[in-house]
Design a protein. Structure first.
Lengths: 111, 119
């Protein structure tokens, strides 16, 4: 099972919107609506932001939204804030003997 | 508030056994709704799922690691554990424990523990 492909880095100015892509295959992202997104600040526990493609976790800002088209999922952060600077990972259920596959991670920088 | 915390040695000698424990607070590992999982991330690489254990003790392991892994539960301490045998430098990584909901969603994670395999 190959990793999901994310851009290594995405940057934006405060207030702008950015989108992080997560590309998989017809065996993972394309097959299930079980894509989730995590935010990780250095030294902290990963935090679940989005589940099942587009469900925002309770307490997560509505500036975060998720979507999917075909084999690619996306996380959009609107109204970028300094506190959004972190690493973001996607993951998908695969239903195979390796049921979970993770993305390569994206470093978000707020300029 | 559910919290998970990994603990164990940060340095393991090659060919020895890596043993880590995850202490859970704010939730009971005996609850039938959840699985408990381990994930690791070598430096510069994507996270890798290691395995999961259900409250009944039923386990599922990554095919690439299953010959070397044992997951277990300690309900009296509300902990679950990972043992990885015959470690090599390739097992050096940050190890995370996480709660798994509905078999597809890791909703709570520990902050991770760096384990280095070196003599």
């Amino acid at each position: 099972q190959s990793a999901l492909t994310q851009p290594a880095s995405v940057s934006g100015s405060p207030g702008q919107s950015i989108t992080i892509s997560c590309t998989g295959t017809s065996s993972d992202i394309g097959a299930y609506n079980y894509v989730s997104w995590y935010q990780r600040h250095p030294g902290k526990a990963p935090k679940l932001m989005i589940s099942e493609v587009s469900n925002r976790r309770s307490g997560v800002s509505n500036r975060f939204s998720g979507s999917k088209s075909g084999n690619t999922a996306s996380l959009t952060i609107s109204g970028l804030l300094a506190e959004d600077e972190a690493e973001y990972y996607c993951t998908s259920y695969t239903g195979s003997s390796t049921p979970y596959v993770f993305g390569t991670g994206t470093e978000v920088t707020v300029l | 508030q559910v919290q998970l915390q990994e603990s164990g040695p940060g340095l393991v000698t090659p060919s020895q056994t890596l043993s880590l424990t995850c202490t859970v607070s704010g939730a009971s590992i005996s609850s039938g709704h959840f699985y408990w999982s381990w994930i690791r991330q070598p430096a510069g690489e994507e996270p890798e799922w290691i395995g999961r254990i259900y409250t009944s003790g039923i386990t599922m392991y990554s095919p690439s690691l299953q010959s070397r892994i044992i997951l277990s539960l300690d309900t009296s301490e509300n902990q679950f554990s990972l043992r990885l045998t015959s470690v090599t430098a390739a097992d050096t990584a940050v190890y995370y424990c996480a709660r798994l909901v509905d078999r597809h969603l890791f909703d709570y994670w520990g902050q991770g523990i760096l384990v280095t395999v070196s003599s």
